[in-house]
Design a binder for this molecule. Sequence first.
Ligand code: HEM
Length: 510
Amino acid sequence: MFGFIAELLLLAAIVVFLVYYIFLLPPKYPENIPTIPFWVALIPFFKDVDQSDIFRQYIDKPLRTHGAVKFFFAAQWNILVHKPSYIAEIFKDEDLYEKSGNQKKIPHSVLAQFLGDNIISSHGQVWKNYQSVIRPGLQRNNFEVDKLASNADKLCTLVKDVQLRAGRGRGVPVQGLLQQYSVANCSEVILQTNFDALSDNAPINVLQSAVKREIFKPIFMNFPFLDQFPFPSRLHARATVDKFRDALKEALIESHDPSSAKSSAPWPKDGLGRRMLDAHQSGLLDERQLYDNLTVLFVAGQENPQLCMISTLYLLAKHPEMQARLYEELVSTGLSIAALSQNTEVLSNLPLLTAAILESLRLFPPIGQLINRRTSRDTLLGGSVVIPSGTYVGYNCSSTNRDPAAWGPTADEFDPSRWGADVASIQKQLRLRKSKAEFITFHGGRRACLGEKFALLQMRVTLCKLLGTFTWMLDPGWIDRKTPAGPLYPRALRLVFDSRQSGSERKAEH
Ligand code: HEM
């Protein structure tokens, strides 16, 4: 009996070994690009790392030298592309490089349950249908800038309070505050809902943090097939994402019900929330599609701007001279900060402000790495890289955005002047860099981000208020490290804020 069990265990061990061996073996094609060893993806499990260090050490050189590599991620082999001309080719052929999001790639995962089938990850006619509903709501010309400015005022008050409590010269954590702020902007201005996110302990902020903890667990991001098993922690994760979806759904319905105390009427013409509810009523979106899209719009609409704010505050903290120049630019308009923060036209025509935001988005794209396109047939990328049908293809955004061949030897440096000195040349350069896929922060081609316009407006208003109210620097005790995996940004950033007024008062005192 003992011998039989031992044999069975040995057999099981051989099967597991064989399966793993095959699983971890890189695909034969393409032959002319290198393979990043599979264990590189596993380093964050064993060590507390800065993902940009790992990238520099193991991925950067082969990726840049060959323009693409074979790369193990999310428990499968993919082609990770760096070369801008390859990426431009991918963006151009939507039918060959089909969007294939989590609902197709890992349908059993918590992530797929959370975001479902939505405008970002769908393909073909379904995507066109979603676009017809969503695009006009996201690209309207009349975003309520007064609401953004008033939320930015509240943010400044929160920052002041936290800094006061921490004590002069002591660093304060900024991520939580920026999360509250971007949730408020996204829910109120994009979706016409209200979660009272800027008040203390708003339930949405607690839920949002709980969902993020579950979704970004590295072990399940790298091995999503583990979600097939009913681990108690994953059942809890599923319940948490459902609760979050229900909260969004309830808020959307209540805020669009004129008889509800939580109604956000009057609604703007073309408001996205109304459009989505109408599309459901007319049968254009079924119930599942309505709430999948609502969830993804909420996530994309507040998470990406939030990360952009963190990275921009970080870069400006490292460049106090740039803070001073930006402040001078605001003052040079002759408008008060209060008036300027609500004047979309003047704000959009400030060259340094525009260039600083673009430069931050270039160096720290909120979506650092994206692998969600699948080849629908065999192909030859760039005329030389053989990619078999059914292969997942993606890119590392910050690597391409920092390509020295495109941006020169200072590609890794924060230098807003590289974008141009006036708004017309900055816009021209932006269009050119996007068309050559040298700046891919907002993706590209027909699937380019639909929220770019809103995101840039929000960044302008936010920086106008923050720069008009404070100067800031890095907390000297904060360790300068980026996140270990997932979205790339400075980890648990702590800043020391100083009120501009008290700064000038201090000068007067001397
Ligand atoms: C700094 C802010 C932002 C950045 C860097 C950003 C970046 C991106 C990227 C990289 C994609 C492609 C995603 C993929 O293929 O998986 C995308 C798509 C998209 N984004 Fe954004 N985004 C930002 C803000 C927003 C905002 C505020 C919204 C508003 C809800 C939004 C809505 C969308 C939508 C709807 C798509 C899908 C477009 C399509 O496929 O038709 N984004 N964005």
